[in-house]
Design a binder for this molecule. Structure first.
Ligand code: FAD
Ligand code: NAD
Length: 467
């Protein structure tokens, strides 16, 4: 019996895979997506961006109601947490997103092949599961995403020692939590449980949190989070954990070597990074090679080492971000349709959804110094922004970096309320090759947080108005 054939088969329905599938269908390709999970949307929708942002928002509302209203002259009675209701709210957001993608698949006539996909070589994919069978396609796309990086000597049971997945569904607020890894997940999910009442200690191997961010941002963010009650142990590594009824005992020592120390906590979150997920995909038989870090090797145009097989998203080189994956999906769909789209890897924003948010795009000061690029800096604090004062949200600053020679904005770093939205103006500036002057000659509404962006741009040329 001949197998069912498609123009494109995409393995994985995360932001990379589902966006690509929709764009392929819009461009007239007969498209199928293999997905093994019960809900479409991948890590991002099911156990990543969406549930974490739901809990971050709910916990922030609780924290503001409990600690932030008095200053605004609002008196409230006793504030309490209903954790099961908070978790149900989170789940409803996830389910709505799952259903939304399923609706879009039906609307665009995309076939969902339910099960686990494996490359067979020669343009064929085997599916094990509900849609069991062999399927053929002109183009096959690996969009299988990533998984939690384990830590040697530490067993994740998702109850006492959890990954981000377990940390998104704790049944009660722990008294104490140790977070291993002071990166994005550690600070976001650490913030959730800190706001809800846990004592949170972040253990970070390096000498700074958020090590890929601009150094000034890392330092100030640590100060702000410390003021909120988060504790930090930098330059420290955890070598073992032992869980029993009383809690988890962690053994740690200075990263540079030194005396061991033991600490106990109710819950330990392991968040030391994620690694590409390609288990059981049949890569070797299909001629698809991995690079030295386990990522699917691509040539800069999403071609793998096997003809007709492509890869996108967390499974390949680049930042592990949902919007990077979905952009790559869109671009590859258009390339397969014969178009010539582009993707600008210098203009990919990154946002950490702590309070306040951290947002960045382009180069850090450290990167520019290392590359020997001369640059000008413009900085503006939110304490000098009237809208931020009205909101009682004056923590943080906007920093803009402009290339001294080309006069183009090449980096921007924000800590502040709504930084994740504010950064978009600077992403656009980099995409369009704008200068700081282009930004400040653009009229900004008053009173608004965006005026801090304008003032930081003015600061690049040395003439802020309000400081
Ligand atoms: P994924 O979303 O990982 O999807 C891959 C899919 O492939 C999965 O559904 C998997 O089941 C499926 N799959 C794998 N192998 C097979 C197979 N053989 N057969 C069938 N199906 C298969 N990014 C942001 O930009 N913003 C955020 O706020 C953010 N928050 C995050 C919070 C957390 C807690 C985590 C863990 C991640 C977060 N991320 C965030 C990162 C983001 O989730 C990823 O960058 C994004 O999901 C990558 O998309 P992808 O399509 O490459 O892969
Ligand atoms: P990360 O790379 O952001 O941070 C990991 C941290 O752990 C780093 O600071 C690293 O120095 C530290 N570390 C590594 N090994 C360690 C060890 N043995 N002991 C102590 N510390 C150690 O990784 P993450 O926070 O796990 O997130 C994984 C990925 O998910 C990231 O690539 C991120 O882009 C993505 N993500 C994005 C968002 C967002 O965009 N808001 C949110 C969550 C996750």
């Amino acid at each position: 019996m001949s197998e069912q054939a498609f123009d494109v088969i995409i393995i994985g329905a995360g932001p990379g895979g589902y966006t690509m599938a929709i764009r392929c269908a819009q461009l007239g390709m007969n498209t199928a997506v293999v997905e093994k999970d019960a809900g479409l949307g991948g890590t991002c929708t099911n156990v990543g961006c969406i549930p974490s942002k739901a809990l971050l928002h709910s916990s922030e509302l609780y924290h503001t109601a409990a600690h932030g209203f008095t200053q605004h002259g609002i008196k409230v009675g006793k504030i309490d947490i209903d954790l099961p209701a908070m978790m149900a709210q989170k789940q409803s957001v996830v389910t709505a997103s799952n259903k939304g993608i399923e609706f879009l698949f039906k609307k665009n006539k995309i076939t969902w092949l339910k099960g686990t996909g494996k490359l067979l070589g020669g343009g064929k994919v085997d599916v094990a599961g509900e849609s069991k069978g062999t399927y053929a396609a002109k183009h096959i796309v690996i969009a299988t995403g990533s998984e939690v990086t384990p830590l040697k000597g530490i067993e994740i049971d998702e109850v006492q020692v959890v990954s981000s997945t377990g940390a998104l569904k704790l049944p009660s607020v722990p008294k104490s939590m140790v977070v291993i890894g002071g990166g994005v997940i550690g600070l976001e999910l650490g913030s959730v449980w800190l706001r809800l009442g846990a004592e949170v200690t972040v253990v970070e191997f390096l000498d700074r949190i958020l090590p890929t961010n601009d150094g000034e941002v890392s330092k100030q963010m640590q100060r702000i989070l410390a003021k909120q009650g988060m504790k930090f142990k930098l330059g420290t590594k955890v070598t073992a954990t032992k869980a029993d009824k009383k809690g988890v005992t962690l053994t740690m020592e200075p990263a540079a070597g030194g005396d061991k120390e033991e600490v106990t906590a109710d819950v330990v979150l392991v968040s030391i990074g994620r690694r590409p997920y390609t288990t059981g995909l049949g890569l070797e038989a299909a001629g698809v090679q991995l690079d030295e870090r386990g990522r699917v090797k691509t040539d800069g145009h999403f071609n793998t080492t096997a003809p007709g097989v492509y890869a996108i998203g967390d499974a390949i080189i680049g930042p592990m971000l949902a919007h990077k994956a979905d952009e790559e999906g869109m671009v590859l769909a258009e390339m397969l349709a014969g178009q010539k789209p582009h993707i600008n890897y210098d203009a990919i924003p990154g946002v950490v959804y702590t309070w306040p948010e951290v947002a960045s795009v382009g180069k850090t000061e450290e990167e520019l110094k290392a590359a020997g690029i001369a640059y000008k800096t413009g900085k503006f604090p939110f304490t000098a922004n009237a809208r931020a004062r009205a909101m009682t949200m004056t923590d943080g600053f906007v920093k803009i970096l402009e290339d001294e020679k080309t006069k183009k904005v090449i980096g921007a770093h924000i800590i502040g309320a709504d930084a994740g939205h504010l950064i978009q103006e600077l992403v656009m500036a980099i995409e369009f090759g704008a200068s700081a002057e282009d930004i400040y000659r653009t009229v900004h509404a008053h009173p608004a947080l965006t005026e801090a962006v304008k003032e930081a741009a003015l600061a690049v040329d040395g003439h802020t108005i309000t400081i």
